[in-house]
Design a protein around this ligand. Structure first.
Ligand code: GDP
Length: 308
């Protein structure tokens, strides 16, 4: 790879696992974190995908849960419930400490980018984790009879058809300056196996971003294996919104961006169709990251394609 920079666009689940693998193979990349999941809880600024990336890269993540800090306790939250707070989101004591620090720094006038950089330093992370925007941006889900923040939809596992995804901030929020700098310096963009609609779609909805990324070499990895999400509501969301629920549907969503698309070996049958109908080069490998070794292997596979 030489000294070439890579920009990775990421959510907090599949994206964070991939980024963790990549960090064991190269340090020449920046991660742009989705901030559409950001939400205020107990007056604190919670940034779920930024946090999952931070906790993953620092080795602090509760791997079993896939969120929060390992061996965290919930004393504060339980006490808050006793005091009458009703909440559907679980925030551990250590996790709350992070949100208190973030909120305090934001209130002192620092941007989310500056605050994230400071938090990352305290977690000993060398990879730049850059929020996609410093401006207000939230993803909301419009259902048949109500509209909720994406986090609420996700955590409560709300059922039923989705009518629309609303990017609150679209057209107004600017990409963060560091995001634009990273893009300018990068030859390659990686879209890891994150949710296209609510983790990557948010980033792509920011002013000028889709156009800028179109000019770069882009390699994506499908978050669906045989039409199923590994975790989370992607499949049902895609179905509700009329997308084909498989890797073809994901490739179609990124059609104008992708040079190379990686799908799981198990669904190599669909590769030919993606090539023929969308004119995207398709490669197959094991994309299921069960172990740390799987993460590293997938990252190496992606990096090797960039050399060729
Ligand atoms: P979120 O912010 O928690 O929604 O996380 P992301 O958007 O980064 O990732 C969610 C997506 O990652 C889901 O659609 C999953 O299907 C996908 N995913 C999670 N783990 C894996 C994996 O090991 N391999 C693949 N291919 N996809 C994965």
């Amino acid at each position: 790879m030489g000294g070439k920079l890579i920009t990775v666009l990421s959510g907090g689940g599949g994206g964070a696992k991939f980024v963790d693998g990549l960090s064991r193979v190269t340090q020449n990349f920046s991660v742009i974190a989705n901030t559409g999941d950001d939400i205020e809880i107990y007056g604190l600024h919670v940034s779920p995908d930024v946090d999952t990336l931070m906790y993953t890269l620092s080795g602090e993540l509760d791997i079993k849960k896939g969120w929060g800090i390992n061996k965290d306790t919930f004393t504060c939250q339980n006490y808050l419930k006793l005091l009458g707070y009703e909440n559907w989101i679980n925030l551990g004591d250590k996790d709350l400490a992070v949100h208190i620090k973030r909120t305090e720094l934001l209130k002192s006038g620092k941007s989310l980018t500056e605050v994230t950089s400071e938090l990352c330093k305290r977690f000993g992370i060398n990879i730049p984790v850059i929020p996609m925007t410093d401006d207000f941006f939230q993803t909301h889900i419009q259902m048949e009879d109500n509209t909720v923040h994406f986090e609420e939809y996700y955590i409560k596992k709300l059922e039923g058809n989705i009518k629309k995804i609303i990017y609150k901030g679209k057209g107004k929020a600017n990409p963060s300056e560091k995001f634009l700098n990273a893009l300018n310096c990068s030859d390659w963009i990686i879209i890891p196996p994150s949710n296209p609609l609510v983790s990557i779609g948010t980033i792509l909805s920011l002013k000028s971003i889709r156009r800028r990324i179109r000019k770069k070499k882009v390699i994506g990895i499908s978050p669906l294996i045989q039409g199923r999400a590994i975790k989370g509501p992607l499949a049902i969301m895609m179905k509700s919104l009329g997308h084909e629920v498989n890797s073809f549907g994901v490739a179609k969503y990124y059609e104008d961006l992708l040079d190379i698309f990686i799908i799981d070996t198990i669904e190599s049958g669909i590769a030919e169709r993606i090539k023929r109908e969308l004119d995207i080069e398709v490669l197959t490998t094991n994309t299921l990251m069960k172990t740390r070794n799987d993460r590293t292997k997938l990252s190496k596979f992606v990096l090797n394609r960039m050399i060729e």
